[in-house]
Design a protein around this ligand. Structure first.
Ligand code: NAD
Ligand code: UDP
Length: 319
């Protein structure tokens, strides 16, 4: 912290996959971190390493309820279930988290004159009909389907952030995160990378939804955390939204074959029904992040998968 003032940083959703890495990173930087989480999809085991650190505080709180605290310098708003299984479990609650919860956190930022960053998502582009997706594209979202609670919820969060900036001059930042993976992903959240790895290391069939030709672009967690910190530290007049992701696009068929080979697994492939409104292609245009943050991802898919496979193998040994 030489020469720099220690900041009080609130991380909502800090016990989740991304939040836990962010909290750990901020603690390592010497900041004070308050982690606000209702443990819906997060867990205390994700933050076990920092739980007793003198600069870390865990508060079990649901952001749809008001929260007040003084002396907050920065807020990272990550609270929201992120995997389709989890955000569709209680869709009305997902919308409340993205609207009432976001209003509560924006209000908290306003009272503290704090900077606030929103973890938005590539899902704001829906099933995109331009490729790759840049930030100017307004998306192709179904407002009434099973993914809408999340997609439209997150779009409304962005609206609220922009309106708090226009009406109250609040210092806001919006990042649109593309598919991210790494250690601390929940084992039960049904996301493709955790599913495939868990299936491969226990010799169960890998479940590919649809014909496996749909694409995604996966970034490793450490690359995302670096971009989040850089974004928070940009000048106040740079608000985003800005895409953060790895432009390396692959099909789910190809992903399955890479994971089978990295795990030396004997698993077979089993094709299942494609969920409704599942986006066909997704790949970020990251020009803006390169220019404004001087950032681009460092990890290859294979390097990130290697670390994630080791994490899930260790977890399997413990359980
Ligand atoms: P996660 O489910 O692991 O983490 C979300 C955390 O928020 C959990 O700890 C959960 O308990 C908490 N939470 C949920 N609702 C809450 C509420 N009402 N009040 C307080 N806490 C609540 O998901 P993640 O992958 O770590 O995602 C974190 C954020 O990043 C989310 O906002 C998500 O939309 C966004 N995001 C993630 C990805 C990705 O690929 N992982 C992609 C795009 C955007
Ligand atoms: N998927 C799959 N098998 C699984 C889980 C997911 O083929 O066991 C597919 C899913 O249909 C989607 C892609 O993998 O096309 C990414 O799914 P995920 O839930 O990880 O992320 P999202 O759809 O939110 O991008």
């Amino acid at each position: 912290m030489a020469g720099n003032k220690q900041k009080n940083i609130l991380v909502t959703g800090g016990a989740g996959f991304i939040g836990s890495h962010l909290c750990k990173y901020l603690i390592d930087l010497g900041q004070k971190v308050i982690c606000l989480d209702n443990l819906f999809t997060g867990s205390l085991s994700n933050i076990q390493e920092i739980y007793n650190h003198p600069n870390f505080e865990f508060v079990n709180h649901d952001i749809t309820e008001p929260y007040f605290r003084e002396n907050i310098d920065e807020i990272y708003n990550l609270a929201c279930p992120a995997s389709p299984i989890h955000y569709q479990y209680n869709p009305i609650k997902t919308v409340k988290t993205c609207t009432i919860g976001v209003i509560n956190m924006l209000g908290l930022a306003k009272k503290n004159n704090a900077k606030i960053l929103q973890a938005s998502t590539s899902e704001v582009y829906g099933d995109p009909n331009i490729h790759p997706q840049n930030e100017i594209y307004n998306g192709n979202v179904n407002p009434i389907g099973p993914r809408s609670c999340y997609d439209e919820g997150k779009r409304c969060s962005e609206t609220l952030f922009m309106d708090y900036n226009r009406e109250h001059k609040l210092k806001i930042k919006i990042i649109r995160i593309f598919n991210t993976f790494g250690p601390n992903m929940a084992t039960n959240d049904g996301r493709v990378i955790s599913n495939f790895i868990l299936q491969a290391i226990s010799d169960n069939d890998l479940t590919i939804y649809g014909d496996g030709t749909q694409t995604r672009s996966f970034q490793y967690i450490d690359d995302l955390i670096e971009a989040m910190i850089k974004m928070m530290n940009t000048d106040n007049d740079f608000l985003g939204p800005i895409n953060i992701g790895n432009p390396n696009e692959i099909t789910m068929n190809k992903l399955a074959s890479i994971i089978l080979s990295l795990t030396n697994s004997k698993s077979k492939i089993s094709y299942k029904e494609l969920p409704q409104d599942d986006p066909k292609r997704r790949r970020p245009d990251i020009k803006l992040a390169k220019i404004n943050l001087g950032w681009e991802p460092n990890y290859s898919l294979e390097d990130g998968l290697y670390k994630t496979i080791n994490y899930f193998k260790k977890l399997n040994e413990v359980n």
